[in-house]
Design a protein. Structure first.
Length: 145
């Protein structure tokens, strides 16, 4: 290989690969538990955020979830179809606001036990202190990038 050529990215040192691989692994744990409540991890996260941020606009929810608006739109359609959230007028005529329905609140409550089980499984395997450190580190990653 000449000096001007770069070696292919090594998966062992690629931050993106490592984070995505870990995220897929952890998501599988949560999906397995949340399936009993009829949700996926991504759906649970959206419902939980909407429970805390009632009436948030689609754009603001996308920002809070660190998602692009198009991806968020695809993620909320099944939740709206299933009657777990509503999309209505926002604070001004140009925005749309998201709110949990009673069915969405009930599904979130039902899923909360399953989420706690997934959380416990991860923390048992990884360690409670290490899990807390990991969350702190990941919050820093989001805040700095």
């Amino acid at each position: 290989m000449s000096e001007n050529q770069q070696a292919p990215a090594d998966r062992q040192v690629c931050n993106c690969f490592a984070l995505r691989q870990a995220a897929r692994h952890v998501t599988q744990i949560y999906d397995r538990h949340l399936a009993e409540a009829g949700l996926r991890a991504t759906q649970y996260s959206l419902l939980a955020k909407l429970n805390r941020e009632a009436g948030v606009s689609i754009n603001e929810l996308a920002r809070l979830m660190v998602m692009d608006r198009t991806t968020l739109g695809r993620a909320i359609r099944p939740l709206e179809r299933d009657g777990l959230l509503t999309i209505g007028p926002g604070e001004d005529g140009r925005t749309r606001a998201l709110r949990l329905t009673e069915a969405g609140e009930a599904r979130l409550r039902a899923a909360n036990l399953r989420w706690r089980e997934a959380q416990a499984e991860f923390e048992t395997a990884f360690g409670a202190a290490e899990s807390a450190d990991l969350r702190t580190t990941l919050r820093r990653v989001v805040a700095r990038t």
